[in-house]
Write a new protein. Structure first.
Length: 274
């Protein structure tokens, strides 16, 4: 099975606000999306299709055809205010979860030579939604940044072995990173809110359990969890997972992605088999 991804960008405005709720409650659920009369996004839509390679053409499907289908679905929304699209949202708040699901259902019948595998909508560089056709499994990713220092040095290895394995990262005085963390949760759409998880709750958990604890810290010297654990990014990702996962039952914590540098990133899904 071969997977192909095509990207398209469109611009639209929306505001998400329940008129029966207070301003504070709306902001907790929808974040800045509840403020004002609307705001705009340059949405990035990535459609991933799958299929078998045609023995005659050597391709699964002509990506130019996929591009045209995406345009057909997305163009009516480009440069519009989503709240005005009653046909698409049926009077409900136009959350990005609902937008992703709606575009999926409009695109699926148009694909005859391949199958839609997943649809990703990037609302901003800090929030994205992935839909795979199952309303019980909608993926929401939140991205944050923080700074921390560490030294890679294993207590069970000799100084020579540590220097050989970790190189410059074994510098006795340590070194720092501008870490990027992506937290992905998975669960059903809340019909009341149109969200998988309240934005305020997700942000609170990430801020309290990760950013407040690790930002501008020396992992080796300031954190008890690394007193006897070598703070590699692999171990760091696992520690972050273990701090966050008890707080998620519905939705569940699906994935942690820790970006150490532009060249190195680490993904952790817990101990489940993938």
């Amino acid at each position: 099975m071969m997977f192909l991804t095509r990207k398209i960008i469109f611009s639209a405005a929306h505001v998400c606000r329940n008129p029966d709720w207070s301003d504070d409650q709306n902001r907790y659920v929808y974040g800045h999306c509840a403020v004002g009369t609307g705001h705009g996004h340059d949405y990035i839509c990535e459609a991933t299709v799958k299929g078998s390679i045609n023995s005659s053409t050597g391709i699964v499907v002509n990506l130019a055809d996929v591009k045209q289908l995406l345009r057909t679905v997305v163009t009516p929304l480009d440069m519009t205010h989503l709240n005005d699209n009653g046909d698409l949202f049926q009077g409900q708040e136009p959350t990005t979860e609902r937008l992703t699901r709606a575009l999926w259902h409009r695109l699926v019948p148009m694909l005859t030579q391949c199958e839609l595998a997943r649809l990703n909508i990037y609302e901003s560089r800090t929030r994205s939604i992935e839909y795979i056709g199952d309303d019980t499994m909608i993926y929401v990713t939140r991205r944050v940044e923080f700074n921390a220092a560490h030294r890679l040095h294993s207590q069970v290895l000799s100084d020579e072995e540590n220097a050989r394995i970790f190189g410059k990262c074994n510098n006795p005085n340590g070194h720092g990173h501008n870490y990027e963390l992506e937290v992905t949760v998975c669960g059903p759409l809340d019909k009341r809110t149109g969200m998988v998880i309240d934005m305020g709750l997700l942000d609170e958990l990430i801020q309290r359990e990760v950013v407040d604890r690790y930002d501008h810290k020396n992992l080796n010297m300031d954190l008890e969890e690394f007193r006897e654990v070598n703070p590699t990014s692999e171990e760091f990702a696992r520690v972050i997972w273990n701090r966050l996962s008890p707080h998620f039952t519905q939705p569940t914590l699906y994935k942690i992605r820790l970006v150490e540098t532009s060249n190195n990133s680490f993904e952790y899904y817990g101990e489940q088999e993938l």
